[in-house]
Ligand binder design. Structure first.
Ligand code: BGC
Length: 411
């Protein structure tokens, strides 16, 4: 069975994780305050080396590329837009277009301008206005050459890590505030969605396709300690983490962007001091198939399951992230190949999947984990910033050229 003719095959980056010197955002301030293991500093120097990196993507047979615009570069001070920064991203998009690579542009990938942070960040009710003003500006400046937009990357993860767990800026630990932020994110997406569409209508450009990148997880009751509370915990996690946001923005989605990585087992084992509705017990109980450097499970058939329940939304689906970190490149290719098989299976039963984007094109700054986890198809040497495509990248490029090779190549 063949993949659709115009299937998008590519990889992803995000501004703060690869560009370097994003000195005007909240993450930079957080890092300088010593809250992270390592500081992003020059990251992968992608701001300077993007042409070289996009050329490598081309050579690896990518026909699509997802990246994010750094809001704090565009609007370093409230209402002051930096034309040079806009020109930079225009150039990124034109470099992609020249290579016949479809850009998929993200507007918010976890970082915020420092001035937003100082005004209360996503807790400030003005945030939807600030965000949509920036979205409109980007649509007007870049929209002629962009069809696919992602307004917000993983809104539930952002709210959870930043306002509930408190391990990302602004470091809050409040369930009430996290919930408020979720609703501000919903509102911001809805307004940005409508405003971006309006820009295209006014300019008489072909209509854009706007979505979010939704991180979805498969939750399972821990087989060792399965009980009714644990199952309730699994159910609630699925409803709240996976479905709630998507249901709230359903009319404002032209397709669904899906970031899928792994499965979590949930246990309320007393020995783990787990709460009544359970906690993740992957590492403690050891029931994961194979674990990467971040202790994530590998469950390709879980992706099939996710695609089956997303079918109910009756929208096209773009895999906006999938991948694993793997220092010696031993697991990566097999991980991707097996996930692609599941995507193929889903296409065969009529699920409208339009593309697959691997996270990530380059090794990058993995937020609070620092530079340790290596997700890149292309290895970055942080001493001299040289690049080297990994063997898995080269093998994947063969599949990107000829998807009938899925399941047939040995590493
Ligand atoms: C995020 C990326 C991150 C990746 C690996 C995704 O959820 O969008 O920013 O680097 O996961 O952890």
């Amino acid at each position: 069975m063949n993949f659709p003719k115009n299937f998008l095959w590519g990889a992803v980056t995000s501004s703060h994780q690869v560009e370097g010197n994003n000195i005007n955002n909240d993450w930079w301030a957080w890092e300088q305050a010593g809250k992270t293991k390592e500081r992003s500093q020059e990251a992968a120097r992608h701001f300077e080396l993007y042409k070289n990196d996009l050329q490598s993507a081309k050579e690896l047979n990518h026909n699509a590329h997802r990246f994010s615009i750094e809001w704090s570069r565009i609007e370093p001070k409230e209402g002051k837009f930096d034309e040079k920064a806009v020109a930079h991203y225009r150039d990124v998009i034109l470099s992609l277009r020249e290579k016949n690579i479809e850009p998929v542009v993200t507007l918010h990938h976890f970082t915020n301008p420092k001035w937003v942070y100082e005004r209360g960040g996503w807790l400030n009710p003005k945030i939807s206005f600030w965000f949509s003003r920036y979205a409109v500006l980007m649509a007007e400046a870049l929209g002629k050459d962009v069809q696919y937009w992602i307004t917000i990357n993983e809104p539930m993860v952002f709210a959870y890590q930043s306002y509930f767990l408190g391990i990302w800026p602004p470091g809050q630990k409040s369930i009430k505030n996290a919930w408020k932020v979720v609703h501000h994110l919903i509102k911001a997406h809805r307004i940005a969605y409508r405003e971006i569409h309006k820009v295209y209508q006014n300019k008489q450009w072909p209509l854009p396709k706007v979505s979010i990148a939704k991180n979805v997880m498969v939750f399972r009751a821990c087989p060792k300690t399965d009980n009714a509370f644990c199952r309730l915990g699994v159910f609630l996690r699925h409803q709240l983490f996976n479905l709630y946001f998507l249901k709230k923005i359903k009319p404002c989605l032209d397709f669904i962007g899906v970031n899928f990585y792994a499965r979590d087992f949930i246990s309320n084992d007393k020995k783990l001091n787990a709460p009544l509705l359970g906690m993740r017990c992957n590492e403690s109980h050891g029931h994961v198939e194979r674990v990467n450097a971040l202790a994530w499970d590998c469950c390709p058939e879980c992706l099939f399951e996710v695609l089956c329940w997303l079918k109910g939304f009756q929208k096209d689906i773009l895999i906006t992230e999938n991948g694993t970190c793997d220092d010696d490149d031993r697991l990566r290719f097999d991980y991707v190949d097996r996930h692609l098989k599941e995507i193929q299976r889903a296409i065969e039963i009529g699920i409208p999947i339009i593309g697959y984007l691997y996270w990530s094109l380059l090794d990058n700054f993995e937020w609070h984990h620092g530079f340790g986890p290596r997700f890149g198809l292309i290895e970055v040497n942080y001493k001299d910033f040289s690049r080297r495509p990994r063997k898995s990248a080269v093998l994947l490029s063969k599949i990107y050229q000829d998807p009938t090779l899925i399941g047939k190549i040995k590493y």
